[in-house]
Design a protein. Structure first.
Length: 47
C-alpha cells in the first residue's frame, strides 16, 4: 500500500484540483445553510 503514494513533485501537480473545482466548492459552501430546530437539522441551498 505504501508504494501507491509518492512525494515526487510531478505527481503532486497532476493531482492538484482545477481552479474551477475549487471555486465551485467554495460557492456551494457559501450557499449551504444548516438550521437547527430542537434536535433536528435542516440543510438548504440559498440559491
Amino acid at each position: 500500500m505504501a508504494k501507491l503514494y509518492s512525494n515526487s513533485p510531478e505527481k503532486v501537480k497532476e493531482m492538484a484540483p482545477k481552479k474551477e473545482t475549487i471555486e465551485f466548492l467554495l460557492n456551494y459552501s457559501k450557499a449551504l445553510d444548516v438550521s437547527t430546530y430542537k434536535k433536528l437539522q435542516f440543510e438548504s441551498i440559498l440559491n
